[in-house]
Ligand binder design. Structure first.
Ligand code: NDP
Length: 503
């Protein structure tokens, strides 16, 4: 290694200097090639293994390093050390992504965007792994794989299929809120710098007295929201597939560092029991009026990774990675992701993925996990590999213990219909977004985008799927439903009739 560094001479992976990097070792000038040309074999073999499994979701992404700075005192809610002083700075790595496309897909596809941030805190790495929308398509992780299949390729045609997508959404009315946001201009953000990020799930915060509150996190872009219209997004797809990657990279290279203001909503445990909706339902937001946003800090991205694969492709975020003072909640989707994200990384990157430079905690990591493929650290050296033992100095600090949480309920495969009033209302929140938040122009664009997208439904079940989805739009807002029906050349009265039959 030191010779390589000193000499800059070409070497094999094992460090042997070599001379011939263009011509294989052959019998005479015209070949054949000798088996002993190990260097040729090494070059080809390594090349064959360059690709690692693509992420099943969020495969196409961009990332950068930066800093998080505390701007408001939230210590009454959390003892997390990264928040314990105004002005305190913590190094971060953020990765943005599309969701459904493959690694080479276009950045401007209509799709939610992943918004994941790793905070390298002194108490361990905290990963806030959300999207650019505050809600999601499903509220139970058992549905996740089925839902994602509908966003990927049809098993027969190997093409994306609006029929699969709308079939699924129309059969899962809980998707409506997220579908509305997806179909709005925010479904095609103008790069990654001009969109908000949301932790989306409900998390806990615990203060120094171990008192719990529930929180939701929001990253508000300081660059302002900017979206592409459907037409602009489609044009950009043919002009520059990597638009968002280029935009983020070049802005940081120019010294224009994008910033986001981190804010949060707080709900007490008592309030969580009284609100007339399930505060742990990922298809619902907490109204800003009832739970106002409070400032937390500012994230600035100011350093591009030197090597995309090393840091962006190998980055691995997991909602399970929280730190002292931040905890989980009963949010079912969060609970599912706690297990599935680390599991996905172990498959994609290997057992020791947390030792890769971008994922490694820069502070002490002490435990008895040993060995496994591609172990990169000292593997515990000579120290014992079992607990308890009489030899090492590793100790447990009781001050980090989490308080108990009283759930007081029975175990069952709970159906939503058994839940409290409000949990099955999939229409009020999208209705509020459409009627009260969107401008007239956003409303018009959203309706046109829905007409365009539903226009892609084909096949023998076309009418059923369209009618079923139109019923959901009508329940949300009659004018919305009528305009979509009209745009699809469907008789509104026929849909109304069908609505009666569909209860
Ligand atoms: P508010 O008017 O207080 O908040 C509305 C929020 O909607 C703002 O955060 C705004 O984000 C965001 N927004 C504006 N236009 C769009 C759009 N086209 N697509 C998605 N989000 C948009 O109302 P409420 O808190 O009572 O919520 C009303 C509805 O707004 C909700 O049902 C939900 O659909 C949507 N919403 C609510 C959020 C929340 O956490 N309360 C967060 C995001 C959406 P910005 O400030 O960046 O413009």
């Amino acid at each position: 290694m030191s010779d390589q560094k000193k000499n800059n001479k070409l070497t094999t992976a094992s460090g042997r200097f070599y001379v011939e990097n263009d011509n294989s070792k052959t019998v005479g000038p015209r070949g054949p090639i000798l088996l002993e040309d190990y260097i040729l074999h090494e070059k080809m073999a390594h090349f064959n293994r360059e690709r690692i499994p693509e992420r099943v979701v969020h495969a196409k992404g961009s990332g950068a390093f930066g800093t998080f700075t505390v701007t408001n005192d939230i210590t009454k809610f959390t003892k997390a050390k990264l928040f314990n002083k105004l002005g305190k700075k913590t190094k971060v790595f953020a990765r943005f992504s599309t969701v459904g496309g493959e690694k080479g897909s276009a950045d401007t596809e209509r799709d939610p965007r992943g918004f994941a941030v790793k905070f390298y805190t002194e108490d361990g790495n905290w990963d806030l792994v959300g999207n650019n929308t505050p809600v999601f398509f499903v509220k139970d992780p058992k549905k996740f794989g089925d839902f994602i299949h509908t966003q990927k390729r049809d098993p027969y045609t190997n093409c994306k299929s609006p029929t699969m997508m709308w079939d699924y959404w129309s059969l899962n009315p809980e998707s409506l809120h997220q579908v509305l946001i997806l179909m709005s201009d925010r479904g095609t953000p103008d790069g990654y710098r001009h969109m908000n990020g949301y932790g989306s799930h409900t998390f806990s915060m615990l203060n120094a007295r171990n008192e719990r509150v529930y929180v939701k996190f929001h990253f508000k872009t300081a660059q302002g929201i900017k979206n592409l219209t459907d037409k602009e997004a489609a044009e950009m797809k043919s002009r520059d597939m990597d638009y968002s990657q280029r935009d983020l990279l070049e802005s940081i290279d120019r010294g224009e560092f994008p910033k986001w203001n981190l804010k949060m909503q707080v709900m007490t445990v008592e309030e969580s029991k009284k609100v007339d909706f399930n505060p742990f339902d990922l298809t619902k937001i907490w109204s800003h009026g009832d739970f106002p946003l409070m400032d937390v800090g500012v994230m600035e991205l100011n350093q591009n990774p030197d090597n995309y694969f090393r840091d962006v492709e190998q980055s691995a975020f997991a909602p399970a990675h929280v730190v002292d003072g931040i905890g989980y909640s009963p949010d079912k989707m969060l609970q599912g992701r706690l297990l599935s994200y680390p599991d996905a990384h172990r498959y994609r990157l290997g057992t020791n993925y947390e030792q890769l430079p971008v994922n490694a905690c820069p502070y002490a990591v002490n435990n008895y996990q040993r060995d496994g493929s591609v172990r990169m650290d000292t593997n515990g050296g000579k120290a014992p590999n079992y607990w308890p033992n009489s030899f090492d100095q590793i100790e447990i600090d009781e001050s980090y213990s989490e308080p108990s949480e009283d759930l007081g309920d029975s175990i069952s495969d709970w159906y939503d219909r058994n839940s409290k009033i409000g949990d099955n209302d999939h229409y009020s929140q999208p209705r509020a977004l459409f009627r009260d938040v969107m401008t007239k122009e956003e409303q018009d664009n959203t309706i046109n985008n829905v007409i365009g997208a539903m226009g892609g439904i084909t096949g023998p079940k076309k009418k059923d799927i369209i009618y079923r989805q139109l019923c959901h739009w009508f329940r949300m807002d009659e004018e919305f439903g009528s305009r979509v029906a009209k745009g699809l050349n469907i008789d509104v009265n026929a849909v109304m009739g069908a609505m009666g039959e569909m209860h």
